[in-house]
Every structure is written in C-alpha cells, then in structure tokens.
Design a binder for this molecule. Structure first.
Ligand code: PHE
Length: 483
C-alpha cells in the first residue's frame, strides 16, 4: 500500500489526498489516459494527411527525446506536490525557493485539458453512434448472414452517407456528447481508486486484447505491406517541413497526455515506492506502440478497400466502416472495433475531466462530486459549439484571422489551438522550470535516475526540450518567418 507522497505537510488536505491502490493501477491509469482517440483516430489521420513516413519519423523523435523526459518531469512534480497540478507545481516552486508563479505551467495545462475534453466527448459520441450502428447490424446479421460483411445488401454510398447524416443531426450529436460526458462524470465522481482506477484496470486489458486481435486479423486480410510502406517509407523532403513538425509535436503531446496537467495530476496519486522513470518508459512505450499499431491496423484495411489514406478525420468513421462492409464477419469486427475505441476514449476522457476537477477541488475546496459536475457541465456546454460546427454553425471559422488556421471549423480550431499551442507551451514552461529553476536535489530525489541516465535526462530537459519546443512553436505559428 502506498504512503502519502510529497515532503510537504503544510497543506492540511494532504491527508485526504487519494492514492492508487498499486503501482499497476497507476501505470494502467496513465496508459489509459494516454491511449485513446489520439492514437486510434488522430494519429492515423495526421500521419495520412502529412504524408506518412516523414511524420512518423519526426513523431518518434518527439516522443523519445521530448515526450519521455517531460513525462518524467510532470509525474515528479505531481508526486512531490501530492495535490492538484497547480498546487503541486506551487509546492515544488516553494520548496525550491522560487516564485510560485511557475505554477502557470500547470494552469495552462488545466485549460488545455478542459478544451480537449469539450471536443473529445463530441468525437467519442460519434464512436457511440457507430457502436449502435454495428450492434444493430449484427443483430440483423444473426438472423442470416453472420459470416458476411457489415451492412449486407447496402452499397458503399449508403455507408459513406452515415457520417454526413450524423453530422447533419444536431440533436443526435449533442445527445451522444451528453451521454458520453455523463458516463465520464460518473466514474470521476466516484473517485480515484473506486472510479478512475476501476475503469483503467478493467478496460485497458480488454482494449489490448481486442486491439491485438483486430490488428492481426487486418494483417492477414488486408494490404499490410502497402501500409508498412506508407507509414515507414522515408520522404526526406517533407521531414523538415514546419507544418509536419508542428503536427508531429502536437500529436506527441496530445497522445502522451502531456502539457495538459494530467500527468502531474496522476503523478500526485502515485506512492513513493513507484519508480517514476521506469513508469514513464512503460507509459510512453505502450502509447507509441498503440499509435504505430493503430496505423498498421487501419491502413491495411483502408488500402485493401482501395480508399484514400489522406481522408483525415473521416478515416476511422468512413473508410473503416466501408472496409468492414467487404470483410468476412464485418458486422462483428466493426462492433468490436468501435467498442474498443470507446473503451480507450473513456479512460482518456476520465483523465481529461480529472485534471481540471482536481484543480477546482483544491482551489475552491469543493467536494469531488461538485467539482466534477461543474467541469463536466461546462465542458459539455463548450462542446455543443464543436458539435454544432458540423451543421448549424458550419460556416463559422473561429480562427479566420489567423492565416495558417483560417480554414478550420470550430472543433478543429479548438483541437489545433490546444494541441499545437497550449500543450507545447505548457511543456516548454515545464522544461524550463525543471531544467533550470527548480531545486536540483529535490528533483534528483524524486526521479529515480542516477549516473549517465540522470545526466542525459537533465540535458534533454534543460537544453533540447526548450530549444526544440521554442523553435517549433515559433515556426509553426508564424510560418511566414521562414518564407
Ligand atoms: N492522450 C489522450 C489520447 O490520445 C488524450 C488526452 C490528452 C488525455 C490529454 C488526457 C490528457 O486520446
């Protein structure tokens, strides 16, 4: 059983700080937060839209050299502080004898998590819709042709029309968004060990079993070689393109749940016996493996059906269902696939709700239930705009004044501003804080590293992260600078 973390006893709520019931629970919850729509929906879409290989290479660079060092930095801030992300960062600053203004790094993250939650739940609502569609189809198929593909008797056009029809229905979109947010709220309100942890410990292993099964199935039935070629063929002319780099960086942050106060929040529930460096490696490794495997799961199916790899967000919701139509046992595979995506999304949305709720709980001393209801309610309302951006507000372009982002609809604008700006900004502040400002002895005592790995980590956090993050942020946001 873990003991209360953090060396500070100044905060009286410390005694009430909940903890994971085991190291396994911490790692599963953190992997659960990391693995989600980011891996299954966003990664293949981004890789496809950015030309495959170059994106993937730079993505891996970002994960290993920037993501992992920051993951450790965030979890250690959390464990030392043992409170909400903002309070934990304040404690580290206070114990280092520097300004508590540095807690802004977590404040930016909390804001990011809130906005991601707002649209994440909308997209997860689409997943629920497809779970329903395939479940209905399976029931139909049970009467007769179970071994056949999905939607027997329907043509491709009818299946392609499903998503536009859903998008055109604001009531349906908002209802599914409400349903998903309510389920998320239910688990967060139950608390760390009886809610968040339960979801992670049960759903993540189920997710992995389904995921591996479908990937192997896709590898045998789909165009596997073509997918490998697409994802890993090296196209150097695109590698250093600022757009591709910013996309890969944003994706790495989004996927690893970095810069969103989350890893600080979850780190705060970790016991002193948890090796944070080792856990970070496992979390980062699992998340990257799932992203790459998701590519190897989705693209073979897409290529085998002769569909477009650059279909973007529609890849998972249009291309895959079309492909399932042609596959043996398509209804069953489709149902299992979308169930699996739903599980992964839930363990992430729970995390997205927990980070801002924990801040509210500690900042205003409100109960967990109240804090979670307030955040979920506000995120639900904010998410309605993203949902309506597909129908009633389809012409709205919130960033019309910003050349590189001018064409984005409401959901994509929020996604872009958080993923490409807020999260990397929080990461940059974290790197500067941990690399240069915070007390070294305090950090060394938390991070579980020694010798060469300690030096390497310190170099990456103090030098590489700030330089690369600043360069990419500036180039990505002001593409005109390099002509
Ligand atoms: N990492 C999650 C995903 O890939 C999204 C997320 C971001 C969750 C930030 C928590 C915090 O889907």
């Amino acid at each position: 059983m873990a003991v209360a973390g953090g060396s500070t006893v100044s905060d009286q709520t410390e005694a009430a700080q909940p903890h994971w019931s085991s190291r396994f629970a911490f790692v599963m919850a953190a992997i659960g937060s990391a693995v989600g729509l980011g891996n299954l929906w966003r990664f293949p879409a981004e890789a496809g839209a950015n030309g495959g290989g170059a994106f993937v290479v730079f993505y891996i660079f970002c994960v290993v050299l920037i993501g992992l060092p920051l993951l450790l930095s965030e979890t250690l801030i959390g464990r030392h502080g043992g409170s909400s992300a903002v309070e934990s960062a304040k404690t580290v600053a206070r114990d280092s004898g520097v300004s508590t203004g540095w807690s802004a790094l977590a404040g930016v993250g909390v804001l990011g998590a809130f906005f991601i939650l707002s649209f994440y739940s909308v997209v997860a609502g689409w997943v629920l819709y497809y779970v329903g569609v395939f479940a209905g189809d399976l029931v139909g198929a049970l009467g007769g042709n179970l071994a056949g593909g999905a939607f027997a008797g329907q043509d491709q056009a009818a299946i392609e029309a499903l998503l536009p029809a859903l998008f055109a229905d604001p009531v349906m979109l908002v209802s599914l968004h409400a349903l998903f947010m309510a389920v998320t709220l239910f688990f967060v309100a139950r608390g760390v060990s009886s809610g968040i942890e339960v979801v992670a410990v049960w759903l993540m292993p189920t997710f992995f079993a389904l995921f591996l099964g479908i990937t192997v199935y896709g590898a045998f039935t789909g165009a596997f070689a073509e997918a490998v070629d697409f994802l890993f063929a090296f196209n150097p002319e695109r590698l250093l393109h600022p757009d591709v780099m910013l996309s890969a960086l944003g994706q790495a942050f989004f996927s690893l749940s970095l810069g969103s106060a989350l890893m600080i929040t979850y780190g705060a529930y970790a016991g002193r016996d948890t090796n944070l460096a080792q856990s970070s490696l496992i979390i980062g490794g699992a998340d990257t493996a799932v992203a790459i495997l998701a590519g190897l799961c989705i693209f073979p199916i897409v290529f085998a059906a002769g569909l477009d790899a650059a279909a973007g967000p529609a890849l998972m919701f249009v291309s895959l269902p079309v492909a399932f139509q042609a596959m043996p046992f398509g209804s069953l595979i489709g149902l299992l696939f979308f169930l699996m995506v739903g599980f992964a999304a839930l363990t992430s949305s729970v995390a997205l709700l927990e980070a801002p709720s924990s801040w509210l709980m500690h900042r205003f001393r409100v109960s967990r239930g109240r804090a979670a209801i307030l955040v979920a309610g506000a995120a639900f309302v904010a998410g309605i705009f993203s949902a309506l951006g597909y129908n009633l507000l389809a012409d709205v372009r919130p960033l019309a004044w910003w050349p590189s982002f001018a064409r984005l609809d409401i959901l994509d604008s929020i996604d872009t501003v958080t993923g490409k700006i807020l999260l990397p900004l929080s990461g940059l502040l974290t790197a500067i804080f941990i690399g240069w400002i915070a007390d070294r002895r305090l950090i060394d005592a938390e991070n579980g590293l020694s010798g060469g790995t300690q030096l390497l980590w310190r170099f990456l956090v103090a030098w590489l992260c700030p330089i690369v993050l600043t360069a990419i942020l500036v180039l990505g946001i002001f593409p005109g600078l390099i002509g």
